[in-house]
Design a protein around this ligand. Sequence first.
Ligand SMILES: Nc1ncnc2c1ncn2[C@@H]1O[C@H](COP(=O)(O)OP(=O)(O)OP(=O)(O)O)[C@@H](O)[C@H]1O
Ligand SMILES: [Mg+2]
Length: 398
Amino acid sequence: MVSFEEILAREGLVKNPDVLSPHYVPENLLYREDLIETIMKELAPALKGKKIKNVFVYGKTGTGKTTSLKFIMQKFLEAKERLKTRANMFYMNCRIYNSRYRIFQNFLKVYFPEVDKPGYGLSHFYEKLIELLKRGERIILILDEVDAIKDIDELIYTLTRSNDDSKEGGLSIVGISNKLGFKSELDPRTRSSLYEKEVIFFPYDAKQLRGIILQRVKLGFKSGAVADNALSLIAAITAQENGDARYALKLLQNAADIAEKEGAELLEEKHVELARRQAEFDIAAEALKNLPLHQQLIVYALAKMSINKAKVKTLFEEVGDGYFFSGDLYNYYTKVCRALRKKPKSARSYRDYINELDNLGLISTTYTSKGIRGHTRLIKIGVNAEDATTIIEKQIGI
Ligand SMILES: Nc1ncnc2c1ncn2[C@@H]1O[C@H](COP(=O)(O)OP(=O)(O)OP(=O)(O)O)[C@@H](O)[C@H]1O
Ligand SMILES: [Mg+2]
């Protein structure tokens, strides 16, 4: 029988778990030196009391935008102290500070503590802002996830006006977003103001992802605890998944958990595979859990058909494997409903559901021009079929 002392004496693979946490900020941000310098060059004149452009930072998720801007802010505040200038920088996540009101209140309270109390109107904030700018303050707001601001047009309008109303100081923004469609949805005037200078963070490639996780492995793991090919596998998987560094670090962390639970001395490829399967399952579960019942039942029917595909004709040379006729899926879905004593939805609602599931990426659809049924819709499941059945069975209690 094992003793507690023996269990405690077993050393894990990870000696410093903090470096794997999403909140850890590495001292060296790899591969982003040039982008960081580009942004620093845009912001630097503010330290000399000069006007600067609004900067817009775009890049897919996990490309290092937030981390880079926090790094830049730290450098800026240090320089401001050394140079003793009237400049300041504030960081806000706009999922929390999601309106002009909240944004103004959040930075104005640093200068005018009374505005933190409720009851002040926007016009009061505006007066205070002008007072501040007239003193010659140069303020830069880093607005992360800027697409979440509900009244962005009004915010930009107010900023432009405040800059016009006070020649001495200035207020500029660095907007950050990972939403590709955001720019085109903006009012043209807001757009040209917000995008005076645009900086794009490209996704990391496999080599860079390898470098990023290797940096953490060196800081956080016992030496020799991670196999080289396990690192390469994480890098290869995440390079395919949009080059997302956050996902790479998550995979590393989960693979380490799995390896440690096994009591393994070495984190290997098989642990990464298991961690990937787990991550896929979690993502599918999250998406499926939130669906209305009949959409779950459609996905369930499709998953069952995909698993039993040997029995059904599924091969369409023009589109590839795994597709089913929309009509066949509808029939199977109604059977599932009957078995569960639920009333199936009409064919019309079914078509709407299919469109929604397609938009969510839980299924993919295409059309065939050939074949006996002519121009029909074909449907394929977008998540692992076994996972989907497990998740939905649990969800609806079958
Ligand atoms: N170049 C890098 N070197 C080291 N770690 C990095 C690098 N880039 C990103 N990371 C790490 O990856 C994770 C995600 O980075 P970050 O939060 O900056 O991404 P983001 O571009 O802001 O993503 P999102 O659009 O989802 O907000 C963080 O844990 C960060 O520490
Ligand atoms: Mg971010």
